[in-house]
Design a protein. Sequence first.
Length: 332
Amino acid sequence: MAIRCKPSDPLWLFTGLFTWFLHVSVALVRLEHPAVKSDGSISLLVVGDWGRRSLYNQSEVAFQMGKIGERMEIDFVISTGDNFYDDGLRSIDDPAFHESFSRVYTARSLQKQWYSVLGNHDYRGDVAAQLSPALRRIDERWLCLRSFILQTGIAEFFFVDTTPFVDKYFRKPNKHVYDWRGVLPREDYLSKLLKDLDLALRSSQARWKVVVGHHTIRSIGHHRSTKELGNLLLPILKANTVDMYINGHDHCLQHVSSRSSRIQFLTSGGGSKAWKGDTDIFNKDRVKFYYDGQGFMSMRLTETDMNVVFHDVLGDNLYHLNLTKPQQHSAV
Ligand SMILES: *[C@@H]1O[C@H](CO)[C@@H](O)[C@H](O)[C@H]1NC(C)=O
Ligand SMILES: *[C@@H]1O[C@H](CO)[C@@H](O)[C@H](O)[C@H]1NC(C)=O
């Protein structure tokens, strides 16, 4: 069964730029956001760890996102999670949704679809509220799901719900209460997710395969690398020649490459509170860039090129990463 959700946003209806298909029969929800630029390229911004009622420079980062978004004519925005601090949303009526999202990302260029995953802080609130379609009636840009696939033509984005992988939230939750409804039994949830992801990656025909999650796989930031993801998720990414893994969780901007694969690890978790002053100086192998402050990431993808830029809170370009692929020939 396939449900086609009609976008009721007047802009989308007017321009007819956006189609949203939801195939509920497949294990991982598949969404489509086809390229609309005549050259087939896709442009987007990635921000993480942001929802602090505009404090800690969240508004300043949002302002710069608006400017860069305008210049790049972005197609959509990706959120790497920890969308609402400290404890997610309390309900669909939680004013934090306005105070940390709708009234912060007000620039014209940011009035696009947002695709979000959940972070560990989001799991400390009412997860069903953040996933609820009711939020789309309040702000049409909002779309948060646990794990899903976004097809854009040249690139496919695989969003993975990483919080349930992390042992300590189950074994030592301390004073925190996590909303695990829909995730238990945990082993079944994780093994099904990994199996579905593996299948989806394997059958992907996209030029670029990008995986997005909240938690780090490789990081020298405060939280360091997430060993559960290194053990369980990384082998699947390697086996399926994923180009890039993008995460938040560490409140920094970071690029780490790899000795054992072509995967580039990018952290975009600088949406608000940053400046931890805590880096793992002993683990700097293949760390190409680390910035301990606020900012966000922009991406432009074509058939042959991926241009990634980290921008700081003043909008300055801190770092470029360019990846290329050989031109595709129809028959050789
Ligand atoms: C906001 O950004 C400015 C410019 O980088 C920085 O000096 C200031 O410390 C930041 N404020 C916070 C609360 O992080
Ligand atoms: C990456 O590509 C952009 C756009 O083509 C270019 O302006 C920039 O200089 C390149 N950066 C590096 C480090 O190659």
